[in-house]
Design a protein around this ligand. Sequence first.
Ligand code: AMP
Length: 438
Amino acid sequence: MPSNPKPKPKPRYKKSFQAPKGMRDILPEEQIYWDKIEQTIKNLADAYGFKLINTPILEDSELFIKGTGIYTDIVEKEMYSLRTKGGDKLSLRPEFTPAIIRAYLENGLSSLPHPVKLYSIGPIFRYERPQKGRYRQSYQANFEIIGEKDPILDAQLIQLSFSINNALGLKNLITQINSIGCTKCRPIYKKAIMSFYRKRKKELCSNCQKRYQQNPLRLLDCKEKKCVQIAEQAPPIIDYLCEDCHNHFKNVLEYLDELEIPYILNSHLVRGLDYYNKTVFEIWPEDEERRQIALAGGGRYDKLVKLLGGKDTPAVGFAIGLDRAVNQMKEKGVKVPLKSRPLIFLAQLGDLGKKKSLKLFEDLRKAGLKTISSLSQNTITSQLKIANRLQVRFTLILGQKEALDKTIIIKDMLSGSQEIIPLEKVIDRLKKKLKHKT
Ligand code: AMP
């Protein structure tokens, strides 16, 4: 008797795949915005004296736990962490700063003349609730000035973030700024804040109930309605700043006045990360609702280099969110010039024509004549259709006969006229026709 056939195992693969939740593809048609942003950032970074540094996307998880802070949202909830086959615990970088400081210390950049000014462009990963303008893989340009405590640099970084946004066509921005004090004055403020919240603890959201013990400053920037209302009554930190922090903050604001950079004091701005001290700021579009995220944010972090094993070294930095910049450019209708389109289409026909067109394409490219071709198309009608759609100025036709005769047809796509010329003359002829300088 035949035995019962075994049930077929269910296929373990999905029928179709999608990008992971909160992550997305950036398609070719969007790249003009990203190119423009990258170019603008590179030009301005250079103009302000920053040097590019690239660090790995994966870092030792401990770096962020120690650097960003154990009780921050990033470390508590948002890191993508993994264990390698060798047993190392790594995390996809959720932000740049600790990684840049690690690289600065590891590569002996601390022996360079200070301040050391570094910038990076790349993805960051945060396991956040995805929504418009908030992704789990997003992109930042990050700037750090290491080794200088002068408040003038805080102001110049804010200026740089304005310069970048303005060069991208994003105007009407406002800086939200605050000082969160230092290791001397912040503990006093923390006590004041805890005593303010003690009586109101029960009214707080469950997140804030935890924050009360672990990170009381974060109580001030909770977005829950009931917590916002309570925070309105909280004592402002600037009333508690020590003399040094007070003077530092006053100077930053004076420099901003000098630069005519608009700002508002936001005593609830504390930023989510442990390492900040003194100045913290965010750059917002003026008409933006609070529920959205800022265009850029940063601040001073004078204790991080020491915390990560270096000498006591003050530093200040910021990151600009590139996804947000692209979204803003689109929303505000910023026009980005298209890249120059090709003026020449190379059509081929027959085996020999097809073969010869490969080499001709290379010669045209090397001569600086931007050419497009459709080497796998085999009919002239389909190729001319493409040439028409691309609105090229000239189409070259290299058929079997022309390949044998070592000639080529140049078709003027405006007038429809065409001429046959020796193949070796085609580059000169096209250059003349396009008034190309040789
Ligand atoms: P932060 O590192 O949190 O100070 O963020 C700096 C900037 O990066 C923000 O102002 C945003 O523009 C951008 N940003 C941060 N997180 C995200 C995210 N999840 N999705 C998109 N942009 C982000």
